[in-house]
Design a binder for this molecule. Sequence first.
Ligand code: ADP
Ligand code: MG
Length: 582
Amino acid sequence: MTIKNHTFETEVNQLLHLVTHSLYSNPDIFVRELVSNASDACDKLRFLATSDDSLYENDGELAIKIEIDKDAKTLTISDNGIGMNEADVIDNLGTIAKSGTKAFLDKLSDADKKDGNLIGQFGVGFYSGFIVAEKITVETRKAGEPSSEGVRWVSDGTGSFTTETIDKPTRGTSITLHLKDEFVEREDGEYSYLDRYKIKSLVSKYSDHISLPIQMRKEVWQEDAEQDENAPVPNGEMILTDEWETINKASALWTRTPSEIGDDEYSEFYKTVSYDFDEPLTWTHNRVEGRVQYTQLLYIPKKAPFDLYAREQQRGLKLYVKRVFIMDDAEQLLPMYLRFVKGVIDSADLPLNVSREILQESRDVKSIREGNARRVLTLLASLASSEDEAKQAKFADFYKEFGDVIKEGLGEDKANQERIAKLLRYATSTNDSVETSFADYKARMKDGQKAIYYLTAENLVSAKNSPQLELFNKKGIEVILMTSKVDEWAMNFLTELDGTPLQNIAKGAVDLGDLTDDAEKEEVKKQEEAFKPVVERLKGVLGGRAKDVRVTSRLVDSPACLVVGDGELTPQMAQMLKAMGQ
Ligand code: ADP
Ligand code: MG
């Protein structure tokens, strides 16, 4: 057999240099990259085999196998996917085929190149093996080609590689990493990629949801034939068997058809993505076919996390690209006011090497975020408007936990303002429990009433005793009582609903329009005349401390009240801003 020498393309050398110098802090990622390559290779075979069954060579059980050889200090990841011939190997493992990668490398500044995180998230594919390996051997044979056409590729990742033709009866690719000493046994015990449990935990972290089985050899406990009678536990050791066991779940729940998934399966999955011990309140699972194709599985928790209002809190969804885990807490996938939503997005349209930086700018991500927001709001609306009592109860539970957070959406998400407003519930001057929607209120409005009246206050008691309410109570006009901290801020963004204006009765002059009859108007005029001297005196006494002093018809029992001008801060708002240190 002749061994041929090849040199890497210049860019590969650059990339290898980056990989080995910058990624020491996050070496684990090679598992994800190599397993995902193996999975891609199986996907490719499966696709080609749909038109040519013979490519399976009577072995249609696609799987990925991981083997540890402690003596040789190697870790081998094999697949029975599409495989490569010599030309493929030289093309794929000697150059950087993807133009995107080249462009990315060119764009990186020197500082960026030192930032392992950036490069790690960007993804370095096959070459990531060189973070942990001093030498990599690839043995591969393309599906449908004779065993004698196998190829062995060997490199130490410094400038060159060799290829030779080998006999390889089994189709597909096996990649053997000859581990660097520091990744076999480190003094801090941190990384040993010869440790079966380490590998298993990495597979479950990154690749649980690869839909192919990922297998390792089964280990069994074998007791020593001769036992020390006095030993508290029997002597023995774990030994490797020839049997294979599947170590991943091998099923990406979200890729399955919703009608075939049980509620308990959805609940279990929720617990793994949310780290919540409780069941979810509800969820929605859809394949979205639009400008961007993706699967969304979104859960609403039962309880708000304790840090719902902490700005630094972790939020966002798990992002997968073609079933390969990319990142946790991808906050770009949800607007801020839906930060309590948990779940998974899987899109085939995003690159595997997408980073947080790329997510921020991507139009595809923007369209996924908008799709997610709409879907969550639709789900909530369907609970809110359901005839089913269980669903109504769920909505009430939801509202108790998260009602204040979604109010933030009135300001944050203008496009969905109306959908959000329809979900909001309040107490009113005639009904203490927080259950009146704007629509309910409108249905109860008096003939001639032109606006939805509301009042913001610190709590229900002070709202109900507010002098501003007197006239409304006297006339029997219902007023919505808003008592949460966020209300006043949020209501700045909501000025009308389906053509009906919203009016804060603590602001400016309240025009009751047709609800005031002519006799009352006449009376007000008379009073204004009669009290002119008093008003003038009050203005003089108060000086600059009051902007204006007016005779009002809004009070019934109280002699006076404070109001703020339209567009000015109410006392509650002023207090809230002060509390926030503004
Ligand atoms: P990417 O997977 O993003 O294309 P990689 O650097 O991970 O980039 O892999 C480079 C190429 O090498 C792949 O596109 C594929 O053609 C080939 N390759 C890598 N691993 C395998 C494998 N296990 N089986 C077949 N081809 C592979
Ligand atoms: Mg890859």
